[in-house]
Every structure is written in structure tokens, then in C-alpha cells.
Ligand binder design. Structure first.
Ligand code: CUA
Length: 195
């Protein structure tokens, strides 16, 4: 073995000191392992994405973010909780930096509830703890989640997708109230939680 010129008179290394070439070989080995794992994981993501036709959650329904609040389904006057002819409830919300609009909605218990959300800017997250509601709100798409609440309860709703410096303060509120009580709420009360 050729010794490095900087070490013309090599002496045995003390116990516990690993020779430099052994360290280099070990680092190269682990670097190769890590890069290989990254390549395999990227290949899996790309392959499953193509073969599984992965797309944003919900029904791939598009919406022009420029229309939010102004016209179309998500016009300001159409936001909040509406009761459909079949008795189910539809809740329309806009997620935007850094709030959900309306900030608080009331929905009836014991009733099918459909949440429809759109984002005005970046990706936000919509989550109701202890329920099946957990979805991303992607700009340009309508996120639709169907839920059913058995009992009255207040849900705190944190945005769970990092969306900017105000992300931590982006919370909203869904208040599930008894069906009988909901029927007596005015439209303003349903979409503002005002008493
Ligand atoms: Cu919106 Cu995080």
C-alpha cells in the first residue's frame, strides 16, 4: 500500500482511531445507500402517480379563484350553511390567508353535511378533529367532503397545511347544533355563529 507523502514515517494508530481510508470507504458506502433510497422512493412516487392517475382530492371540479367572493357558487351571499331541498346541508367556505370565510358556521346534527371549499390563494388544510373531514384545499379546485355529525359539538378547525407566516393563526369554527335548534336559526346566525 502506498503511504501518503504527508506522512513519511507512519506509526501505528492508537487504539480506537479509525484510519482515514476506512472512514472514507464507510462514508461512500452510506452515501450510496442513501442516494439509492432516494432514487427508489422518487421512482415509486412518479410511477404510482402516473399509473394511479393521482390528482387533487375530491371530484376534480375546477373553480376560477378570481371569482371567489364575487360571483358563481362562491359568491359572498352563498357562503355558509344552506339547506338543500332533500334536507341535507351544504357548507361553502373559502380558505384564504389567513382565515376561513365565514369564520364560523353552524350545521345541524343528524343530517348529511357536504362541505365545499375553495382557496383564494395557496394550499390550505381543512380538518375537523375526530371526524372523517381532513382535506387539502388546492387553488383552482373545489374540495368536497361529506360528513355526518351524530351529536352537537363545537369543532375547532386548524388549517393544517403550512400557508405562510400567519398559518398558525388560521383557525375556524364549525358548531354542530341540534337539528331542532338549527331550524330556528336565521341565515346570519348559521354563517356567523352570532347568538
Ligand atoms: Cu392556511 Cu395554513
Amino acid at each position: 500500500m502506498v503511504e501518503p507523502s504527508s506522512n513519511p514515517s507512519p506509526q501505528p494508530l492508537p487504539d480506537g482511531i479509525v484510519p482515514e481510508h476506512v472512514i472514507a470507504r464507510t462514508e461512500n458506502l452510506w452515501l450510496t445507500v442513501m442516494v439509492s433510497m432516494l432514487v427508489v422512493m422518487m421512482a415509486i412516487i412518479v410511477t404510482t402517480g402516473i399509473l394511479g392517475a393521482l390528482h387533487p382530492s375530491s371530484n376534480v371540479e375546477v373553480v376560477d379563484p378570481l371569482t371567489l367572493h364575487l360571483r358563481g357558487e362562491f359568491v359572498e351571499s352563498n357562503l355558509g350553511t344552506a339547506i338543500e331541498p332533500d334536507g341535507s346541508a351544504t357548507v361553502r367556505l373559502i380558505a384564504e390567508q389567513y382565515d376561513f370565510v365565514p369564520h364560523c358556521v353552524q350545521v345541524p346534527a343528524g343530517t348529511p353535511v357536504t362541505f365545499r371549499l375553495a382557496s383564494a390563494d395557496v394550499i390550505h388544510g381543512f380538518l375537523l378533529p375526530d371526524t372523517n373531514v381532513n382535506a387539502m384545499v388546492v387553488p383552482g379546485f373545489v374540495t368536497e367532503v361529506r360528513a355526518h355529525f351524530d351529536a352537537a359539538r363545537d369543532y375547532d378547525m386548524p388549517c393544517h397545511e403550512f400557508c405562510g407566516y400567519g398559518h398558525h393563526a388560521m383557525w375556524a369554527h364549525v358548531s354542530v347544533v341540534p337539528k331542532e335548534r338549527f331550524a330556528n336559526l336565521t341565515p346570519v346566525e348559521r354563517t356567523s355563529c352570532a347568538p
